[in-house]
Design a protein around this ligand. Structure first.
Ligand code: PMP
Length: 454
């Protein structure tokens, strides 16, 4: 058992794990998470923290699930690995594909596996462009995405994404990707514009981009149903049906990135079902195994799948770990838990609405909160200096970081993105867990306000 200081010394000396900003990780208040159970994580000093981020939008069934450890153990003993090339496959990816086709929207019946969401988006990008080439329209290859979108860390993911800080480090993006406005009413709606009208206007930005490029050149639109890392931006109800109508009108494929929203977070298996839309591809990862194993699944609709079968021959694609037997065994056990414990229905009918009500009644009135919003168990709190004008505190991000740091010190893990606080807890949260979280967040807001108004 290493102490936090010993571990930090090793890390500092050898730069073993340069994932986030070195300065940030070495700064005061950073911690080493060493174990977890149920909804709680524990650091190397033994401090218990309520995890409002489900790891990183992953751990939907909570921590300490021995069933998942056992599924991995049994599969590893039986067959730790075999490939899915050379006329071979193994049982668990086949069983998992069958299960995914059952729970996905009816027109989705094919799966491509990878180990991460980034890989799955990379595959999705290649797949939709390949689809149009098979259809004899190779020039139809522009992808429309949105500013501030996050679709992964690979070159393709970063190019599809719209985060300028990441793109500035790219040294040349994948060509033919354009970005349009995001459906973020809090900052982008005009004064007096209704939610409905704003949703239609944000969708119209996609139509404008299609017309500007020429519909014959546009392959697909990609978006998260609710932008996650970009700040839990919940679009008005008018947005997605209008986006779908526009895509259909110009024969542009619809790609959903459900790496965060998939597997119950919005109170349905997939947010596509919550929003009533029928995408051509759905990218999923994270909660597919509740983070207990690295695994992603790109779900592919019948239109693309049948073109591959009828016209395609081989789609030259596959990672060494595509359909990894152990990861797929864990995914199967994880989906079984979600089903057996009725976690999706619970989010839809009970904890989701309770979470929303708690945020509205107990957080939205706070003097430094400009808005709260949530959908299922995905929530955001906008931090402002002035409630009326919605003016922010100086130095973007500083205020949210102050709230976050007070929250963590107070036993509550949440995330700061720009001036937005993000919550995305395990789906096992109960009303009592929500009450505890809200109490700790309210206290963090008080303490941060005290510091910020000094
Ligand atoms: N898409 C979205 C919407 C994500 O949130 C993420 C990860 N945060 C990814 C893709 C990339 O997934 P991964 O980190 O597993 O590559």
């Amino acid at each position: 058992n290493f102490s936090l200081n010993q571990l930090q010394d090793i890390d500092a000396a050898h730069h073993l794990h340069p994932f986030t900003d070195h300065k940030d990780l070495r700064g005061a208040g950073s911690r080493m998470i060493t174990r977890a159970d149920g909804p709680f994580i524990y650091d190397s000093e033994g401090k218990q923290i309520l995890d409002g981020m489900a790891g990183l939008w992953c751990v939907n069934v909570g921590y300490g699930r021995h069933e998942l450890a056992e599924a991995a153990y049994e599969q590893m003993k039986e067959l730790p690995y075999y490939n899915s090339f050379f006329r071979c496959t193994t049982p668990t990816p086949v069983l998992l594909s069958k299960k995914l086709a059952e729970v996905a929207p009816a027109h989705i019946n094919q799966v491509f596996y990878g180990s991460s969401g980034s890989e799955a988006n990379d595959t999705a990008l290649r797949l939709v462009r390949h689809y149009w080439a098979l259809e004899g329209k190779p020039e139809k290859n522009i992808i429309i995405s949105r500013h501030n979108a996050y679709h992964g860390s690979t070159v393709a993911g970063t190019s599809l994404g719209g985060m300028s800080a990441m793109q500035s480090q790219l040294g040349g993006a994948v060509p033919n990707i354009v970005h349009v406005m995001m459906p973020y009413a809090f900052e982008l709606a005009e004064p007096g514009e209704s939610d409905h009208d704003f949703g239609i206007r944000a969708a119209k930005a996609i139509e404008d981009a299609i017309l500007e490029a020429g519909p014959e050149n546009v392959a697909a639109f990609i978006g998260e149903p609710i932008m996650g890392a970009g700040g839990v931006k919940i679009p008005p109800a008018s947005y997605w049906p209008e986006v779908q109508r526009i895509c259909r009108k110009y024969d542009v494929l619809l790609m959903l990135d459900e790496v965060i929203t998939g597997y119950g977070r919005t109170g349905a298996w997939f947010a596509a079902q919550s929003m009533g839309i029928e995408p051509d591809t759905i990218t999923t990862a994270k909660a597919l195994t509740s983070g207990y194993q690295p695994l992603s699944a790109l779900l592919v609709g019948d239109r693309i799948a049948s073109a591959l079968v009828e016209k395609g021959g081989e789609f030259f694609h596959g990672y060494t770990y595509s359909g990894h037997p152990v990861a797929c065994a864990v995914a199967l056990a994880n989906l079984e838990i979600i089903e057996k414990e009725g976690l999706i229905e619970r989010v839809r009918d009970e904890t989701g609405p309770y979470f929303n009500k708690a945020l509205k009644e107990r957080i939205e009135g706070h003097p430094i909160v400009g808005e709260v919003r949530s959908f299922g168990l995905m929530g955001a709190i906008e931090i402002v200096k002035d409630k009326e004008s919605r003016a922010r505190f100086p130095d973007e991000g500083t205020a949210a970081v102050a709230v976050r740091d007070h929250a963590i010190a107070n036993g509550m893990m949440l995330r700061a993105t720009g001036d937005t606080m993000i919550l995305s807890p395990p789906l096992i949260w109960t009303r009592e867990t929500i009450d505890l979280a809200i109490e700790r967040i309210a206290k963090a807001l008080d303490l941060a306000e005290r510091d910020l108004r000094k």
